[in-house]
Design a protein around this ligand. Sequence first.
Ligand SMILES: *[C@@H]1O[C@H](CO)[C@@H](O)[C@H](O)[C@H]1NC(C)=O
Ligand SMILES: *[C@@H]1O[C@H](CO)[C@@H](O)[C@H](O)[C@H]1NC(C)=O
Ligand SMILES: *[C@@H]1O[C@H](CO)[C@@H](O)[C@H](O)[C@H]1NC(C)=O
Ligand SMILES: *[C@@H]1O[C@H](CO)[C@@H](O)[C@H](O)[C@H]1NC(C)=O
Ligand SMILES: *[C@@H]1O[C@H](CO)[C@@H](O)[C@H](O)[C@H]1NC(C)=O
Length: 702
Amino acid sequence: MFWVVNVQIVIAVCHAVASRHHPEPYYGTMIGPLQEFAHGIRGLVFAVDETTIFIKGFSYDGTGPDAFFWIGNSPRPSPDGIIIPYPEDYRERDPPVLKAHNNTDIILRLPMGKRIRDIRWLSVWCRRFTVDFGEVFIPPNLEVPKPRVLPEFKRLAHGLRSDNISILDAKTFYIPNLHYDGGGPDAYFWVGNGTEPSPFGFKVPNELGSFEPLRGYLGEDIEIQLPGALTVYDIDWLAVWCVQFRHNFGHVLIPKDLDVPPALGQTKISPPWWYNPTTSTTVPPTPTNCREFLDRRLQVKWVMKGDHVEVTLLAKISEDHYVAFGLSGDNNKAQMIGADVTVAFYDKKAGIFRAEDYYISHLSQCDGKSGVCPDERIGGRNDVMVLNGERVNGVTVIKFSRPLHTNEAINDRPIPENDPVSVIAAFGQLNSRLEANAHNMKDRTGKDVQINFGDMDDNQCTLNVEDLPPEDGIKPWPKFKIIGENVFYVKIGPTGDKKGYTKITGLPSWGICYYINDKLIPELYVERGQTYTFVVEGGESTTNPARFHPMYITNSSEGAYKQLSLEKRREQKVYAGIVFDTNGYPHPTAMGRFCEWAHKGVDKALESETFEDYMKTLRLECDDGMPGYLNWTVPMDAPDLLYYQCYSHSFLGWKIHVVDPGYISSQNGGNVNKGTAKCTCHFLMSSLMTIIFVFAYCGLMI
Ligand SMILES: *[C@@H]1O[C@H](CO)[C@@H](O)[C@H](O)[C@H]1NC(C)=O
Ligand SMILES: *[C@@H]1O[C@H](CO)[C@@H](O)[C@H](O)[C@H]1NC(C)=O
Ligand SMILES: *[C@@H]1O[C@H](CO)[C@@H](O)[C@H](O)[C@H]1NC(C)=O
Ligand SMILES: *[C@@H]1O[C@H](CO)[C@@H](O)[C@H](O)[C@H]1NC(C)=O
Ligand SMILES: *[C@@H]1O[C@H](CO)[C@@H](O)[C@H](O)[C@H]1NC(C)=O
């Protein structure tokens, strides 16, 4: 496999890069000059990192008929060697014959995971006539600059986390398994000086080279490069930072004793195999294979790792649905019969993600012998292993691995190592045995799609993960936000079937949820230090659980404090709405009459184009009595994300975004201080009344 290199970029970058610890410009460890035997070979050779060679000022007259850069570990250059393809282009099966160069700077990436320590010489070699045009020997025990492994991102806010970050070269960070909820309005990768992140820093473009605010990440492996002339020697930290609110979501400190490869562009164009000194392994390049299926409702990412392929499926599916992906029954068309697919889903009861190996012999439900059957039910084996699963913001992500070749000739088809193969994908409903239902196993597009599992950068995905349409094709109503209000009226209402609660949250629901200010689970914005009033009409009848939904404020996305074990309770922090008596027993405080938006007839969510249309199909029904109140002053140390939840049942509420003082006015322009304005007015009125009263009183006295 070969890679593409753009020589111009490489040369441009070379001149911009300098290092603090080395003579400038720094190209890595010097190996020596090429010794010429023929055809004007010239150039000074450097080891950039474990897998990269740089030749400064390479010259060659280009007249050899079959010459290549040639490496090997025999004592002298000999036919016993391999070609370093140059220029790199993995699409070509045969590397091109070396062309003429006059003082060109050249980057050579060693092929097939070879490291500099594995070779003894580099030659310009004419293959057909076995002639050495020029050579340089690699000194034994050559000290080669190495990437540096750092700790992971500190986890401070917005779900930011990663695995250990690496400095690949003087300008490049490798951030594996990056998670971030995308919730910061103005957040960027950010670098600067000092003991911790501060507003005095510089934006670093994202992995696509863009300075847009960061999107959410769901465990991706990315590389970012410092902009301009900045190098890792010029900075003390790398952070994810919200510029507008000067808020640090997490960071990693950069050690001072760095000695990393120069940034010649070797990591820029395509991620190389690089050597991780901590684990003594060669790390494969970050694969960027991604394709969209099923009208862009499913993204499939894959990477081949040795004799396995790792596949990640991303889709907005509900809990009782599965997503299936695998090899078509026929190479050249999308065919169900004979297909070998993996069915992946969330097993609600067990609380785990599953991926199961299926073979489709007939288009019928599995009867234990034939049909759409898990291999395990027809005497085979589940060769698929789940590596990771999560449901984030409505998106289900399941990563699994499967061997290219299994021992089962009947139920499994081999995955070709480097040839296109037809694949199929489907969504469908699970039956009560948690098996895929036959009649649903249908690729709705029906087109033949081929992928090459051995590819490195077949990235044809167009959508951000959050923007994937839901699997059933039903578009949810837009989400509501309430920003700039100080009083929240909390009632109960229906969840809006497939357009409401579950679509918005990606969480299960049992039919009712909170309506605030007559909106279905709006996201509330509150400022630290401000006081907010919740007028709660969720019921107060402790004897009728269906009508007992006191609200409280917590850091749990699930709620239901009453139902939790003591141990689980310790994992939740209650911010308001529950008091604890002297024995430590909890008592909800926001209890009031029960007020519910009830259906006039049957649920009309699917027929209602907008939420406003839906509201017209509901009628407000309230018991007698008074509402409950919850007056909450937001603590200055409250985290960025909290939830309003029901004390007795899970999954009734949704998010409260806690922001710093001043945020809401900046978002809302004039209408922020509605509450304050009312208060001031009220105060003036009462002062005026008092004055009139005083005057009247005084008048009487006089
Ligand atoms: C290489 O380039 C230099 C400067 O541009 C020029 O003087 C020289 O003649 C060139 N050599 C060849 C062999 O083309
Ligand atoms: C990750 O970073 C931590 C903290 O610096 C370190 O202890 C650990 O060894 C690192 N792990 C790897 C695999 O480098
Ligand atoms: C950090 O400080 C060093 C020297 O004190 C300076 O060379 C460098 O440019 C500074 N970096 C930034 C990002 O300001
Ligand atoms: C809620 O807060 C408690 C106490 O601070 C903490 O232990 C727990 O991890 C938090 N839970 C979530 C979901 O953030
Ligand atoms: C909460 O505030 C409202 C007015 O904003 C007030 O009427 C009510 O008495 C307060 N309730 C409590 C329990 O403090």
